[in-house]
Write a new protein. Sequence first.
Lengths: 831, 408
Amino acid sequence: MAPPVSTPKSASPSQPSGKSEVTDLKLQLRQLAGSRAPGADDAKRDLFKRVISCMTVGIDVSPAFSEMVMCSATSDVVLKKMCYLYVGNYARCNPDLALLTINFLQKDCHDQDPTIRGLALRSLCSLRVQNLVEYLVAPLAAGLKDHSSYVRTVAAIGVLKLYHISATMCHDSDFPAALKALMLSDPDAQVVANCLYSLLEIWTQDAANSDEAAREIEALYGKSIIYYLLNRIKDFSEWAQCLVLDLVSKYIPSDNNEIFDMMNLLEDRLQHANGAVVLATIKVFLHLTMSMTDVHQQVYERIKAPLLTLVGAGSPEQSYAVLCHLHLLVMRAPMLFSSDYKHFYCQFSDPSYVKKLKLEMLTAIANESNTYEIVTELCEYAGNVDVPIARESIRAVGKIALQQYDVNAIVDRLLQFLEMEKDYVTAETLVLVKDLLRKYPQWSHDCIAVVGNISSNSIQEPKAKAALIWMLGEYSQDMMDAPYVLESLVENWEEEHSPEVRLHLLTAVMKCFFKRAPETQKALGAALAAGLADNNQDVHDRALFYYRLLQYDVAVAERVVNPPKQAVSVFADTQSSEIKDRIFDEFNSLSVVYQKPSYLFTDKEHRGPFEFSEDLSNLAIGGDSGDDVIHSAQRYEENDKDLLLSTSDKEENGGPTHNGSSTYSAPSDVNSSTSLVSSSTTQPAAFAIDDLLGLGVLDTPALPPLPALSLNAKPVLDPGTFQKKWGQLTVSSSQESTLSIQGVASLTAPQSLIKHMQNNSIQCIASGGQPPNYKFFFFAQKEGSSSFFLVECIVNTASAKAQIKIKADDASASDAFASLFQSALSNFGSS
Amino acid sequence: MVEKQTTGHHVDRSICAWFWHQYNHHRNNDQMSVVTSPTHYLFPLIRHGIIFLACTQLELPPLLPIEFLSRFADILSDYLCAGSGAGATLNEDIVKDNFVIVYEVLDEMMDNGFPLTTEPNLLKDIVLPPNLVTKVLHAVTGNSSPSVGPTLPHAAASTVPWRSTHPKTTTNEVYVNLVEQLDASVNRDGNLRRCQVYGEIQVNSSLPGFPDLTLSFTNPSLLNDVRFHPCVRFRPWESSQVLSFVPPDGHFKLMTYRVKELKKIPIYVKPQLTSDSGNCRISALVGVRNDPGKTIDSIIVEFQLPPCITSADLTSNHGTVDILADKTCRWSIGQIPKDKLPSLSGNLVLEPGLDRLHVAPTFQVRFKIMGIAMSGLQIDKLDVKNMPANPYKGFRAQTQAGDYEFRS
């Protein structure tokens, strides 16, 4: 018996003695192998322990495989366990030798003792060696019928392991059906849970390829099974309860009585000691009551206390995960939590990521009744040793002020911050005061008086400096020394490293010039000269622009640079509400912890394979991602629509903000109104700028040439109709196209191309495939007509080729569409 | 490093190295909760200096792995530390000595990534803990007795999975222990910003047969939210606020609870800091307010010296003051003497160039009060039914400081 070649993985240099130790162990094992002497078992046991310790610290002890197997003929349970462990670890890299173990494992599967039967079966299934699968079937089948529940639990999971090694073998032996029967009849709850777990995984993976599996999955979510499981929920172990609750959360009850029955049944789960059960129950409650607004509110009230307890009582890891969920709920319904604000006060010992979440929640729940308390608390954090948190809390104060509660008191407090004379406090506060002034210009007098006392030399951070300069420019008429401060800043132009600050300086000097021309003229000249000589393209362009504007007409320049401004009413939200809803749908999952819907961070393969078949009949996603499989096709489409909506929403949000000089000053966020929705679009000055900019933009080649055929930007087509049409229509155009190199590079995931095509008004209805081959089905609609274009596009990233098949309702327009599609495709990656 | 591959997808060990690197990297700014590595999502859990790490590539309820890991950590320390005397905590050496037990336990607790048996009582029937007796036996006879139970527990099939059906020799006694943790924050003006109590009822039961217990409180309305051990029946609590249960054997957590806002705190600290021209005078007074009626023990006041302080000279009129390596100043007071108030005073020297101290340290207080639950929760009585002989019943209460802080 030749020892197998050791894998290089664990030949660690840090264990120089490893080699000799293994040889030594081998030798000793060999000596003991045949021994039936009375003390042999103990000696073996010590040896086995050594082998396992070596294995655990990373020494490769696989050379001793055959010796271990020889020694394993024993009746000692401990020895058996250790041997199973060893075999399980190394069988995979020594498939030939693993065959040796089959014999004694199979024998153990018929042992008297159920423990041994169970253990042997578990080890047998854990070998995961492809060519040994045939030996698994008989013991598994026997295991499922074993009279000991322990063996049955092991067998139920064993079936799943078999499925992962060889799905066909699993189906041929009819194991899923046996599992289902067992699930519905077994008296032991753990067996039922394990059957459920295995079945869910097996059928979800199969659902993509077989109608039968899809139907079975549907049955699992059906009323009878759900009720069966719910009625036994108290018998299940806590983990199995989580599994069942997750299943229940996807069940759609037929009427309200059913909902109330279920909620009454599950209510006590909220008081379970295991946080995972509590959270799973909360998910069920939230999903059940989604359609009933008033009950939904009551649910919030009901789940508040358990959540707050979970946050406070658990380990830091638990409390963070729960806090993330609480954060989500608070953001959805801040009003309901407004009286619990004290729970979100930060503790000194909280880690900073927890504090950050708490600050966000405090900001969200502030209202008339609690603002004073919350702001008082937040102000205490400003002196925190933890500087990022101190900054964060000042920002929170500002955000609360922008929510319009008790502004008067808050402005006073902010101004007190400025007197604290701490660099970072001053810096943060300046940015806030600037934002406040944009919203509440009426406070300018109070603020200006304090801000005027701040020396611009003491501020280092670009954002704060930019804010100060903006205020100097905006309120130069009220600040006595504004022109002189600006002048000294211009003199130090060279030392100012941040382009943002230089941009603001230019604009501020301009504004100041319009108000106090004689005093500023010199500074303006210097600033324009310095700006024209600047290395930064934006600064240079802005200086040039101002210069020419002034040359053209000073009055126009004033209207452009310093138009009367309307107060900002709402600052734009950064996360779209669709995304938030989606995260809410994925309550009790990692999405909440990451604050992103799962499709933004999980790999496609782990979300579940989205298989695509020619006739589109099995559009479904599977896997364990927790997505509802019955409705997967629609879901998926929604998913894509979400992506679409969120991007186009952003554009809409962004649209009106691109007015005035802000379009021009892309890097700025202070000047008039990037990043906020302002109503100043109607200002004549803004129009003037739009025109001016329009002239500039027309020359730029950034926009794709407008094709003759125009497409509906948001067509709607459901997968069913798509499928029907695809079947009915003939291929009107079939072409091959080449992708640009950049296009191939950016096609790491189908999502990127889908987004790109959406921007060209071509929607994706389904996609799939693994690199290098991707397959997409797109559709588009002719503007102002009901005729659709359907496209099948197969992209091979290795050869950078795309094969396109187009079917159209209106065949005459199909050529025009084909060229449009091709040009969109070839642009991919370059825009 | 103990590893257990649970599913067919092999996770390479190198993930641990990656995690370790990240962990050391981020140690200072404690950005650790769910970690995303390039290939996996990792759930780290740190207990007694040992890191438990779970990896997944799937979307799943985050609390599932976290709860499982903490349960595993609890069970492991229960297993491995019980034998090595009271007060021992899990450490690397203990784990190293007991690799086999760790594997056996883990094997029973999880199969193919799905938690299996996690009830300590059941587990102990399947995998015997290494206790003192077997150790002694081993030492004397050179024979190690099997660490695996001879038969399978049948409790798995019974209706009370947490209670083993094997009658064991019992001492016929039950202890109920109320342990409360008091969280409070007081701001620099001495106003109580918040104060709440998290409590636990720990029960140590050693009763034969199938006992049925009922525990009632004199003032259950105090409780704001409760969570129960699975053995507690829900209906009696709903209707009359009593805990009715069949206890598992041994030590377990019967109930955890949270108590509504409290208005009184037992102990106060008055810190004062004044700074000018590079020096900072610091003084702190500790005293009892709202005397709880029992002695307050092992009082320790701690605060973090701000990084901008170069040296500190602190003295106290009672107890000892130490400055630890990480610039934590620890003032161990013990009990408050009757005749005087403990006070701490001293001088801090700031970094050159700094005139005044800009950050305010937070004073954290730790203490213990035996014999009283600060929330005022009181146990009325404990009824034992279904028992041949009346058992001995013991009650205790204890309050300790949780996040108990005074800002300056």
